[in-house]
Design a protein around this ligand. Structure first.
Ligand code: ATP
Ligand code: MN
Length: 482
């Protein structure tokens, strides 16, 4: 007989004579009640075992973590909390789980640190089951959004031959041996003898390749893994993370902001509509966690309220220049509470400043735009009519409460001459990026795009606070287990 998913059993509209459920035991109470979970939903189905007619041997093997198959009748539950339960007629232990050794025991309330070390088993907890289902639904929503708007999904290379992206430190890709490494006459590594006959790296962004596709297909997006060898051990950075990068021909910076805002609101709404049980659970988890914090550090809104707030309110659009004025006059700046004090226009914004703007000043998502040219990447479009010495580019960052930067994007410099000038000033090899410059040589046009870090989005939606907890097997400095 075919087994039915727990989710479908719980959603049944009638009692059923005979059903089969398979899953893992979460708890076994009073030698009678199994809470069975199969991952299809955060909710367990209660399976009532006829302990008087079940051998002791079998009852002993119903332990947390064991895989079991039950056949029985789906009846209306007398207990509170569930509509249906299974009155078990036949129980089979599919795989034992030694109660002494299985590390995920609900009674112990394992810490997030402990669970990270057991990333292969942590997904058997309610919390990680919920997070990973939400993550999956969010990625579906990403594709849904762009596909329904006619964007073409483009798979940009993971091994990249261009090292001029400048978005972060790169991991080298090589097949050369470390002993007897082939060298050129002047002692440098001879990449001519390497697999690709040149230096290659793991990509930090698919943007430059994505632009070339946007200049033919109109609207494209990428959604794939990116790698940064950044040694910043923060709760917002991974060495391997997933990035979504739309790029649109004929879009300017305003269109780009509209797209980013609409996109983020869509995917959050999609999660709210399709992950109700999981989000409710995560909301409860967060409330619980925050009970141990002083009042001032607790969030002002519960999770669902916060997600709805983002849907219902426009993101506040603020120029870099306005932001600097706000920060310069802010209390933490005057009282020298910021680690990096804001004294003048041109300062790069640190996360403490971003968080002040979002969490204390505006209290809503903020889009900062028109940044000083010299703190941003070479491909961003220079604003017309900016004061000499105060040149700005058409860049935007979207800042989220509790997260900081979630999106970085820009209108791209479409003018060949201006772009070349900029590359010369920054000593970026024109030869190396000749293919990229072709987009400006042949049929150049205004275009814009952005990059959104998928894990930062999952962080926001799940209310988790450490990025290591929203990707199945996190890669961070000093950690590449599994
Ligand atoms: P940050 O200042 O937070 O390091 P960034 O300016 O380096 O970000 P971009 O190069 O603009 O970020 O990348 C686009 C987006 O990718 C960011 O807005 C962020 O959401 C995400 N992102 C960047 N670096 C990481 C990382 N190491 N781990 C996870 N997400 C990241
Ligand atoms: Mn960075």
């Amino acid at each position: 007989m075919k087994h039915t998913k727990v989710k479908d059993l719980l959603n049944s509209t009638t009692t059923l004579q005979e059903v089969n459920a398979k899953g893992w035991v979460r708890t076994f109470r009073n030698n009678q009640f199994i809470a069975l979970n199969d991952g299809s939903t955060i909710n367990n189905i209660q399976c009532v075992v006829d302990f008087e007619n079940t051998p002791d041997e079998t009852l002993k093997r119903i332990t947390t973590g064991a895989a079991v198959s039950v056949i029985g009748t789906l009846i209306e539950s007398k207990g509170a909390g569930q509509k249906y339960e299974i009155q078990v007629n036949k129980l089979e232990i599919l795989g034992d789980s030694d109660a002494e050794k299985f590390p995920i025991q609900p009674k112990n309330k394992p810490s997030l640190d402990f669970l990270r070390e057991n990333a292969h088993l942590r997904v058997r907890t309610n919390m990680f089951g919920a997070i990973m289902r939400v993550r999956s639904v969010l990625s579906f929503a990403v594709h849904n959004y762009f596909q329904s708007k006619g964007f073409v999904y483009v798979n940009t290379p993971i091994i990249t031959g261009s090292d001029a992206e400048g978005a972060g430190e790169m991991f080298k890709v090589t097949a050369l041996p470390f002993d007897n490494t082939p060298r050129t006459e002047d002692g440098k590594v001879n990449y001519k003898e390497d697999f690709f006959e040149k230096e290659t790296n793991l990509t930090v962004s698919g943007q430059l390749e994505g632009e070339t596709y946007a200049m033919a297909l109109g609207q494209i997006y990428t959604f794939g893994p990116t790698f940064r060898a950044e040694n910043s051990n923060t709760s917002r950075h991974l060495a391997e993370f997933w990035m979504i990068e739309p790029e649109v021909a004929f879009n300017n910076l305003d269109d780009n902001m509209d797209l980013a805002e609409d996109f983020i609101q869509y995917v959050i709404k999609y999660a709210l509509d399709n992950c109700q049980d999981d989000l409710k659970f995560l909301e409860g988890r967060l409330l619980d966690e925050e009970k141990s914090k002083p009042q001032a550090e607790r969030s002002e809104m519960a999770l669902l309220e916060k997600l709805n707030f983002v849907l219902e309110n426009n993101f506040k659009r603020v120029s870099y220049t306005e932001a600097i004025d706000i920060l310069r006059d802010s209390t933490p700046n005057k009282k020298k509470k910021f680690q990096y004090l804001i004294n003048e226009w041109g300062a790069d914004l640190q996360s403490e400043h971003e968080r002040y703007l979002v969490e204390k000043h505006f209290k809503c998502p903020v889009i900062l735009f028109d940044y000083p040219a010299n703190i941003k990447a070479f491909y961003m479009r220079l604003n017309d009519n900016t004061e000499p010495g105060r040149e700005t580019v058409r860049a935007m960052d979207i800042l989220f409460p509790g997260i900081g930067e979630i999106v970085g994007g820009s209108e791209r410099e479409e003018r060949y001459d201006v772009l070349i000038e900029k590359m010369k000033a920054l000593e970026i090899d024109e030869e190396e990026l000749s293919w990229y410059l072709d987009t400006r040589r042949f049929g150049s046009a205004t275009h814009a795009g952005f990059g959104l870090g998928f894990e930062r989005l999952v962080l926001f939606v799940t209310g988790m606070t450490n990025i290591r907890d929203v990707i199945p097997f996190p890669r961070t400095p000093g950690n590449a287990e599994f």
